[in-house]
Design a protein around this ligand. Sequence first.
Ligand code: ADP
Ligand code: MG
Length: 258
Amino acid sequence: MSMIKTVDACKTFQGKQGRGPLAVLKNVSLAVEQGEVVCIIGPSGAGKSTYLRSLNRLEKIDSGKIYIEDKLLFDCRGGVNTHGISHQELNKSLLEVGMVFQNFNLFPHKTAIENVMLAPVHVRRVPPDQAREKARVILGRVGLDDKMDAYPGQLSGGQQQRVAIARALAMEPRIMLFDEPTSALDPELVGEVLTVMKGLAQAGMTMLVVTHEMGFAREVADRVVFMFEGAILETGKPDLIFSSPSNDRTRQFLQSVL
Ligand code: ADP
Ligand code: MG
């Protein structure tokens, strides 16, 4: 089963300040299978974030189809979803998708455990005691047993990002999207976050990860996707992509980052 799939996803941003419209996603077709870890690599401005955000409805695609767990959710034409699906059904499927951002986006005035409990209590209507207990377990899993009651401002970037991962996991997603989760971190804090992500992958989580960490992609990804100027130019097993990319753009990009 494909956990998440797009067929010909297209998006254009209207140009700012007199600039022309910019095609940011050009017929992006990708399917991530259950239990698979797919890493998206590519230069800045390639459309990677826009693609992830459109999977979570943070952005709307202009045209194309989006499926979650093989269920068609969006069949967009002219920016409108022409697929007859109820709001309820749509939201239910979108709750299967967890997302972790570059800048953590934690609530600064809530403690770590409160950040993790919030969505289960308010969105899933889990009783607070139960949500707290579960948040405790999940924070333990990401190595933060001793930081449950700390506020984000009292945590390092790596710890904050692990809280953000715990917060996404608390909603029991079936797929996790990561948008450059270690790019805002000091180099010495990158490893602890990648270790948590690797653990998730080993536990069988389906993951779609935008990353500049080529070592992680090489070691953990089942498949690597290279995006450039809004299009997927190449996709393949990490060993193949990293050792003998077939596309010149991929080769140039890898030379610049490795
Ligand atoms: P990446 O994550 O690969 O760096 P993005 O998806 O963030 O790329 O951006 C792709 C392109 O779309 C960039 O040229 C960016 O400037 C542009 N873009 C992103 N968001 C917007 C927006 N809200 N309005 C206009 N242009 C945008
Ligand atoms: Mg980005």
